[in-house]
Write a protein that binds this ligand. Structure first.
Ligand SMILES: [Zn+2]
Length: 478
């Protein structure tokens, strides 16, 4: 029975670091944009004899930021190791990685699953250089080394995952965290984020860990889901038939929906790890590490929006989705001191404008400062601008250089709150509507909206509807 088994998973995720240059040379790291193969190469990343690697400070900077995003302890000293193997995509004949002393240790990634915070432990994160790409065409293999030497982070978790939902939520959070701290765009389609999943099964009452199978290099959320389902079914079938699950590395064919053995434990490669002789230990000062601390992670913001600002779960999630949106919202709340209205002006008004006309851009490309939006909200709160008209003002801000006040005056949208003037308008409307008054007094109270509408029309939209309502209620009950 399927329900007898528990699935245990751990993840190794590779994330490409978004530095301008490769890890140990000055070749450009814009590998996805390369118009031709083998144009971003040099003697260093091609492993010519006698060349020496120089570690890019840019890579270290972003790796430290990522270490903080993963809530890891960033190590003041880490060490590079040489991992030797022969494969045509690896011109140096070895990879420079961190095996014994990685740059970041013992973190955790928190996610929300079914309204609950779950935490997945990070064993460590290390940095290493990527290999090139092999292209198989017409029975031949071509080598493209644009990617060789590009910097990667490998994030290794503890075996804390118990379901497909756990894995997918964790990976989405990793993607968000990497973008948040600026270390990577983590776009799976561009191979900036790819994942190995270690899977084992055990009976629910067991505490041991059985042989695990490593599924290599899966690079889409949906493929990971399918690969986990298929591997669960495969191992369950073996156990149900009293057969052993071999500890092995398997590849996943997503088109055909099956996995296949790449190598068993017996043919595990001996990488002959040893300290990289061409690079000294990486020493970081406390100052360098602390300057890169992230004070609030997206999950902290999300929780603050839920508990402190009392936003809905959907709004809290949307506003903590990206750093650009979240920072904009934080700045807006700082100015308006009104978390709810600030939220609705972003999620309903601004997002609606972006959706209706993609040429209006995004939060990052707003043509007006956050202060202008805060001013609009303030004018609405002060009853100087009707909330329906506030949308017209914001739309105008996309095309005009004027301040909200200037737009409101030019368009004649400043709301009139002068009770005496508004009372005259009410009197006029009532004098013009004897039939409707008779209807209202005979019990058709729904007609009340008609009077407010007439008053708004007569005031050219500038009268305060709340004041009109008060005056009308008083006069109609006389
Ligand atoms: Zn190079």
């Amino acid at each position: 029975m399927a329900t007898d088994y528990e699935i245990i998973m751990g993840l190794e995720t590779h994330v490409r670091i978004k530095s301008e240059t490769k890890m140990f040379c000055s070749c450009t790291n814009a590998v996805e944009l390369a118009p031709e193969p083998n144009i971003h190469t040099c003697p260093i990343c091609m492993g010519f004899p006698g060349v020496l690697p120089t570690l890019s400070e840019w890579v270290v900077d972003l790796a430290v930021r990522a270490g903080h995003a993963l809530s890891c302890t960033v190590q003041p000293q880490s060490i590079f190791d040489r991992k030797s193997y022969f494969y045509p995509d690896l011109p140096m004949g070895y990879q420079i990685t961190q095996f014994y002393e990685p740059i970041a240790m013992h973190g955790d990634v928190r996610v929300v699953i079914d309204w609950e915070i779950r935490s997945f432990r990070i064993h460590h994160m290390h940095i290493e250089n990527d290999a090139g790409k092999l292209i198989h065409v017409g029975g031949k293999t071509l080598c493209d080394y644009n990617r060789a030497g590009s910097p990667l982070m490998e994030i290794v978790t503890e075996p804390d995952f118990r379901s497909k939902a756990d894995v997918l939520e964790y990976l989405k959070e990793i993607q968000k965290l990497m973008r948040w701290c600026g270390a990577s765009d983590a776009d799976m389609e561009k191979w900036q984020l790819r994942c190995d999943v270690n899977i084992s099964l055990r009976k629910k009452w067991e505490t041991i860990l059985n042989s695990r199978v490593e599924l290599k290099n899966i690079n889409s959320f949906s493929a990971i889901g399918r690969a986990i389902d298929a591997e669960y079914a495969r191992q369950q079938e073996l156990y149900d038939a009293w057969k052993a699950v071999d500890q092995e590395t398997r590849g996943w064919n997503d088109e055909k929906g099956f996995s296949f053995s790449l190598r068993s434990k017996e043919d595990a490669m001996d990488y002959r790890y040893f300290p990289e002789p061409d690079l000294p230990p990486l020493l970081l000062t406390e100052e360098f590490i602390h300057e890169r601390v992230l004070h609030e992670l997206p999950i902290d913001r999300r929780m603050k929006y839920l508990t402190e600002y009392k936003l809905s779960e959907d709004d809290a999630r949307i506003l903590s989705q990206s750093r650009e949106i979240s920072d904009f919202y934080e700045a807006l709340v700082g100015l308006t001191k009104d978390p709810k209205k600030s939220c609705s002006y972003i999620t309903t008004v601004l997002f609606w404008i972006f959706l209706a006309d993609p040429s209006t851009g995004t939060i990052e490309t707003l043509p007006f400062p956050v202060e202008y939006l805060a001013q609009v909200i303030r004018l609405v709160n002060e009853d100087a601008l009707a909330s329906t008209n506030s949308k017209i003002v914001i739309e105008t801000m996309f095309t005009s250089q004027e301040t909200p006040d200037e737009i409101i005056d030019r368009l004649g949208l400043r709301q009139k709150n002068d009770t005496e003037a508004l009372e005259k308008i009410v009197d006029q409307v009532l004098a013009d509507s004897p039939a409707q008054i008779a209807d209202y007094k005979s019990g058709k109270v729904n007609i009340f909206g008609f009077f407010v509408g007439q008053c708004m029309k007569l005031s050219k939209g500038q009268g305060n509807p709340k004041i009109f309502t008060d005056i009308l209620q008083k006069k109609l009950s006389e």
